[in-house]
Design a protein around this ligand. Structure first.
Ligand code: FAD
Length: 368
């Protein structure tokens, strides 16, 4: 397939964001959409993520964005006419409070979430162990739980959006790297790639950690940075963990995937701001220590492997959505700070609405 000479919209990045945006725009009737991916689909953060999906947030906007996405994911196989399965397991998220201050905040969070229709509950440690019997209840003072949270398969989900988008006429070019963006009189004119030039007036920058570099091509300074995040996976075990277990103070998220392996990760904000995706010993040491304290049963589980990806971070850990005032035609969908997978359906809806000049389903004007 040769690159077209022109396109109505060029989307840079074939991760979950780029593919979801492409499908959403095409589903609204936009023609001549092109997605450019320098590698294979989902090779960036998307294919390296935990793909956890939660509506339990402490800020209303994040709750609403995630709620939109959960509603979508619940019906995504049908909406996207996906022949396989995105494997959305709504096995819930149990979020533990390590101290009273955290517990107090969690009470407020649950009140906010319930006011928005999110069915989360506040639990004592005893009530939490009824949901996750193997958890060490001496290690936390309270918890919250939402059964509708869960996780899914990031590869299948990206695939589902991509196939559905192609069915609607979107052309996806893999192994095609964007190398330059031509701007004239503050307006985008074309995109240069390793496969040739495409004339366009609209570019969606959904390039994850590379969105800064893509912005720079058009003279836009996108305020994001990248940081390594690691995960490890154990041998498959008997089902022991229904929900995802997460703790902010403990700095852990841990889940059991359908074939039995336990996947766990944590953040390390002392990591250098660069693109390294190597695996480190410090991570494995800290991770296993925390996990062994919270879920002692897992102390003897064998680790199969570990891997790393990067978060595309902003200073306030909020995504960046929308057009760029200094360059007409450049739209940003980046800076997801570790939550871009779960937000993708909402991201796609909002970016499409912005491009088409429609009212926004969720007011994200402060995330510009
Ligand atoms: P990416 O998936 O990074 O896609 C960007 C794409 O742009 C890449 O494929 C790249 O190759 C392409 N690209 C870059 N430059 C160019 C160019 N010049 N030309 C063409 N193509 C280009 N999120 C959650 O919601 N829940 C989680 O549980 C979760 N866990 C995570 C765990 C880890 C360890 C990591 C690393 C991330 C996690 N995330 C999670 C975050 C999530 O992975 C990201 O926010 C999300 O995948 C971002 O998707 P994206 O499509 O915006 O970016």
């Amino acid at each position: 397939m040769n690159l077209p000479k022109s396109a109505s919209v060029v989307i840079v990045g074939g991760g979950i964001s780029g593919c979801a945006i492409a499908w959403n725009l095409a589903n609204r009737g936009v023609k001549d959409i092109v997605v450019l991916e320098k590698d294979t689909l989902a090779n960036g953060s998307t294919g390296r993520c935990g793909a956890g999906i939660r509506m339990q947030w402490g800020a209303e906007k994040n709750c609403r964005l995630a709620q939109f996405s959960v509603n979508f994911f619940e019906n995504a196989n049908d909406i996207l006419a996906y022949e396989r399965d995105i494997e959305f397991e709504q096995s819930g998220y149990l979020i533990i409070a390590a101290n009273e201050a955290e517990a107090q905040q969690f009470r407020k969070n649950v009140a906010l979430q319930n006011s928005l229709g999110i069915p989360s509950v506040f639990l004592s440690p005893e009530e939490a162990t009824a949901i996750v019997p193997y958890i060490n209840a001496t290690q936390f003072v309270a918890a919250t739980f939402c059964q509708k949270d869960g996780h899914l398969n990031p590869f299948h989900t990206t695939d589902a959006f991509a196939i559905a988008a192609e069915r609607l006429g979107v052309r996806i070019f893999k192994h095609t790297e964007v190398t330059g963006i031509e701007v004239k009189n503050n307006r985008i004119e074309s995109v240069d790639t390793t496969g040739g030039r495409i004339a366009t007036h609209i570019v969606v920058n959904a390039a994850g950690g590379w969105s800064k570099a893509i912005g720079k091509m058009a003279g836009v300074d996108v305020p994001v940075y990248v940081q390594r995040h690691q995960i490890l996976v154990t041998e498959p075990l008997e089902p022991i963990l229904g929900p995802m277990v997460m703790g902010f103070s403990y700095n852990i998220y841990i889940q059991q995937v359908p074939h039995g392996s336990i996947i766990m990760g944590r953040s390390d904000h002392t990591e250098p701001r660069d693109f390294r995706t190597t695996s480190g010993w410090k991570f494995i040491e800290e991770m296993t220590k925390t996990c062994g304290t919270l879920l002692p049963y897992l102390r003897t589980a064998k680790i199969l492997r570990q891997w790393a990806g990067h978060y595309c971070m902003t200073e306030d850990a909020q995504p960046i959505y929308g057009p760029v005032p200094e360059v007409e035609g450049m739209y940003l969908a980046c800076g997801f700070s570790g939550h871009g997978f779960m937000l993708a359906p909402a991201t796609a809806e909002l970016i499409s609405e912005m491009i088409l000049g429609e009212p926004l389903t969720i007011d994200v004007s402060d995330l510009d």
